[in-house]
Write a protein that binds this ligand. Structure first.
Ligand SMILES: C[S@@+](CC[C@H](N)C(=O)[O-])C[C@H]1O[C@@H](n2cnc3c(N)ncnc32)[C@H](O)[C@@H]1O
Length: 313
């Protein structure tokens, strides 16, 4: 196996020096603060003993308890949530505002891990990239603008329709191929091997994450790269990503995230190993709503990004 785990590969200095890519001006806007009303409704929820936001005891929640082995990665309730917000994907001040902003760190992350030091206008030219759980194409489009041949897959047909419509408006993104499918169905039928697979902010919404990672691995060429961004399962992530973002600040609709579905970096690494992928880097990320900015940080306890490569047999 040519690709082995590289100890100490994590290097925050490399990340913080990532150049930003140029993004449309509407990516930069000022976040709205939580109102007293949202705080009141949060308090009312607490008083009403709403069990929606009650956090299970972190020590009681093992991966096995959380994950009933399912033959599908699709959780219909999760996909239905995204169908409801399909009209908001491209609203820069809507619920996807943090995802638009995340492009400023995740796009350079993918680019610089795939083609380090290539500062040309289209550094990803010639690379086939699969965007799993592409939603409305917020990440697929900038990858296509950097020259990649992008295929976006999403289980929600409303999202795929939005992604097709929006990408068709720009000459650089109009050839993006959007397909409505779960990843495992796509893996069985596509017959294509990709240079890279990105799965950004999706693994925390799927059932059977091992099947999810194994399916993505099967779609990679030997030596191909997998990029994941997601939320950790910690007390801090419950406080910040669920209580803070959904109930106090009202940045995301209540119930967007189910804390029990979050995975720890070491759990994802183990699943990657089982799927023939060696983890090369894990880094923490943080979102600062007041300036609508993401930053790389060493702390992985809330948001993190992972890069793994498929072993060469
Ligand atoms: C939070 S959104 C992320 C969208 C996009 N990756 C981004 O970051 O801009 C998660 C997406 O995953 C999709 N999804 C959830 N479960 C899925 C599954 N099992 N297979 C494919 N897509 C799925 C949802 O429909 C939704 O569009």
């Amino acid at each position: 196996m040519a690709c082995s785990r590289v100890p100490g590969m994590f290097n925050l200095r490399n990340l913080s020096s990532f150049p930003s890519i140029i993004l449309p001006a509407n990516y930069i806007s000022v976040a709205k603060f939580s109102s007293l009303t949202t705080f009141k409704s949060y308090k009312n929820n607490i008083n009403a003993k709403s069990c929606d936001i009650l956090k299970p005891n972190v020590f009681d929640v093992s991966l096995e308890m959380n994950r009933k082995a399912s033959n599908s990665t699709m959780n219909q309730a999760e996909v239905d949530k995204f169908a409801k917000m399909a009209g908001d994907w491209w609203n820069p001040d809507g619920v996807c505002k943090p995802l638009h902003s995340m492009n400023k760190v995740r796009v350079p992350f993918v680019r610089d891990r795939l083609v380090p030091g290539n500062n040309s206008a289209q550094p990803l030219k010639g690379l086939n990239i699969l965007d799993v759980g592409c939603g409305g194409g917020i990440l697929s489009e900038p990858l296509a603008r950097l020259g990649a041949n992008v295929t976006g897959v999403d289980a929600c047909k409303e999202n795929i329709e939005i992604a097709k419509f929006h990408s068709s408006k720009d000459i650089l993104t109009k050839d993006t191929n959007f397909i409505c499918s779960t990843i495992e169905e796509y893996a069985e039928t596509s017959g294509i091997k990709f240079d890279a697979v990105v799965a950004s902010e999706i693994i925390e919404h799927v059932d059977n994450p091992q099947l999810f990672i194994t399916s993505m691995s099967s779609l990679l060429k030997d030596g191909g790269d997998l990029f994941i961004t997601t939320l950790n399962r910690t007390t801090r992530s419950w406080l910040l990503a669920i209580v803070g973002a959904e109930y106090v600040a009202g940045m995301l609709p209540k119930g967007t995230h189910n804390w029990e579905k979050f995975l720890k970096p070491e759990e994802i690494e183990e699943m990657c190993e089982k799927a023939g992928l060696g983890t090369r880097m894990v880094s923490g990320m943080t979102y600062i709503p007041v300036v609508n900015k993401w930053m790389w940080i060493p702390d992985k306890s809330v948001n993190f990004a992972l890069h793994a490569s498929k072993y060469i047999n």
